[in-house]
Design a protein around this ligand. Sequence first.
Ligand code: PHE
Length: 337
Amino acid sequence: MADVPDIDRLTAQAAAELERAEDQQALDGFKSRWLGRKGELSLILRGLKDLAPEQRREIGVAANQAREKLQAAYDQRKGALEQNKAVAVDLDYTLPGRTVPRGGLHVLTQVTDEIVRIFYGMGFEVADGPEIETDYYNFTALNFPPDHPARDMQDTFFVEGDYLLRTHTSPVQIRVFEKRRPPVRILAPGRSYRNEAINARSYCMFHQVEGFYAAADVSFADLKGVLVGFAEQFFGAEAKLRFRPSFFPFTEPSTEVDISCLLCGGKGCRLCKYEGWLEILGAGMIDPEVFRAVNYDPERISGFAFGMGIERLAMMKYRIDDIRLFFENDLRFLAQF
Ligand code: PHE
């Protein structure tokens, strides 16, 4: 009589072997060892005739069940390995990942933030006003006579009726003075619009930062001190300022301030129109007429105001020779800041 085969032990052994099969070759080996015509289970089934009759049925059933079980496990394992292979073909884990492009602040925003930070250190608060203004705030309250050429179609974009796009940030002076009593020390950055021919130095839309200070006993020396202090912090000690007498309806006396051209070192270039200097701001002592328009007493209150072109400052600081670059949104330009 032959030994009674231990089908449970054999099945466990086969299952463990299947677990370890990682490729088609191992699977093939498994198949012929356990499921093939010369496999272990076939041998058992073929050897049934040598067993005691009372064991034949029991062992036969068990061997057939084991065979079915192992066949199913084999099919599953085979399927799983094929799927892994498909995934491995699609995914190359050695490829670098897709990067998410990082945004950044526009260079004009960065420059504005820096200007605000410097003046904040000198005691200025930030305010703003609308870009669509009325004739009153943009001109009349700022002491522009009714026939002043700056009001004419050449410079101003009119919206409709009394509305226009502000041509400077000076109307914020009026809006703040109407709401506040002196002392006030304000910085007002924002957009301005002028219907100008577009070239390397001028654009129809640009940014200004208005600064103004009204209190008892504010002098021109205060204005000068603030502007020179700003230029030193913003540009560094090598920057020189040049004050030229000028005229604005809302300041008296008035000045235009140039900075020595840092692009060409004063030798002359496209940016400074070959003059060695670039105008960056207008300023002056606030005209008594402006104070009267907002019910401040010009006998008791004096003040200064200045308006700086932010693009001009940025161009000088970063040696940019064309204002149009700021608005073209060319990432090769923008990504440099
Ligand atoms: N608003 C003037 C301009 O746009 C600049 C300026 C501001 C001048 C404040 C004097 C005082 O040209």
